[in-house]
Design a protein around this ligand. Structure first.
Ligand code: 3EB
Length: 314
């Protein structure tokens, strides 16, 4: 069993219960171990007290801190995270590379060597021109670490990469004992094969990763944006970008052949909080039963206004 839900209980109380793999809180006060510095864009749907919980029926949960990583582990899954300080972020390429190496070594040492999904939250992600842009530097560090640890593009898992508004960067991963299956969207160029214009090292992620965990089939859908081929679509139009983004997610689900699988949760990242009412109206209409979190974040391409990630499981 693998379950994801929102709760108003405190992170500390939740972490005492059996089966809680991760608790993620959405506010700027990063008290819990796994707390991105994301601010809710839509206060109606997400009070600062709401936390996102992953619960598994997969043996005893063990937790610890090793090589800089906070981790939480069941029999076949591990959730691990690293915080980089504001000072670390001055050289984001090297610090990202170190953080990825620490995480990849940790999951290997703990017997869950196969990453299924990463989340990356980096401050000032669009700062810097051309190849100096922090996102592109982050991509270089991540790419180098993956290659040094023996991962090539066929093994890159699903991911999201966003700019948050606190000091320091947070990188989290869910990894498993058994390998996941990685998928691409036929309508989008694979990010790991993007042309040179997007940076010296291409972004190392798959469009989606599927895994089978204790009788649950899970599909992690990467942060998805208004990109067809490798080009941003509708750069000036929020509605246009939302259309393409939602279509990309649907196309991906059909391609993975999981049309029977319902989207269980979405995280919607908005560059401009003013776009929240439109995003909410549209998504609530198309996915009336789906819990959705709306947060304010920078998207890794300056031209993108929205990114949506999703989780499906049965
Ligand atoms: C894109 O499709 C939009 O670098 O980990 C989406 C998801 C994006 C993950 C990442 C970047 C990443 O290229 C950006």
């Amino acid at each position: 069993m693998f379950r994801q839900y929102y709760s108003t209980e405190s992170a500390d109380l939740l972490l005492e219960k059996p089966g809680i793999l991760s608790v993620i809180s959405f506010n700027t006060n990063c008290a819990a171990s796994f707390s991105p510095g994301l601010v809710a864009a839509g206060i109606e749907t997400l009070s600062p007290e709401v936390v996102e919980v992953i619960e598994v029926d997969d043996g005893q949960i063990e937790r610890g801190i090793s090589n800089n990583c906070h981790w939480s582990q069941s029999d076949t899954l591990i959730f691990a995270s690293v915080w980089l300080t504001g000072e670390d972020c001055i050289n984001i390429a090297d610090s990202t590379s170190r953080a990825y190496e620490e995480l990849l070594k940790l999951i290997k040492e703990r017997g869950c060597p196969h990453p299924l999904r990463f989340w990356n939250y980096v401050p000032n992600i669009n700062q810097g021109d051309g190849d100096r842009e922090l996102y592109k530097q982050f991509c270089s560090g991540r790419h180098d670490a993956f290659l040094r640890q023996g991962f090539d593009k066929a093994a890159f898992p699903a991911a999201s990469a966003l700019g948050h508004y606190v000091e320091g960067a947070l990188i989290c991963v869910i990894a498993a004992k058994e390998p996941g299956r990685h998928f691409e969207n036929p309508k989008q160029q694979s990010a790991y094969d993007y042309p040179r214009q997007y940076g010296p090292k291409s972004p190392s992620f798959a469009r989606a990763t599927a895994a089978h965990i204790n009788n649950s089939e899970i599909l992690f859908i990467s942060g998805t944006a208004s990109i067809l081929g490798h080009e941003t679509q509708a750069p000036e139009s929020f509605s246009g970008q939302l259309d393409i983004t939602l279509q990309n997610i649907q196309n991906l689900i059909i391609h993975v052949n999981q049309n029977a699988m319902k989207i269980a949760q979405m995280r919607v990242y908005l560059r401009h909080p003013e776009d929240y009412p439109e995003a909410r109206n549209r998504i609530a209409r198309e996915y009336p039963d789906c819990p959705v979190v709306y947060t304010h974040a920078d998207i890794c391409r300056g031209s993108l206004l929205v990114e949506i990630e999703a989780l499906c499981y049965s």
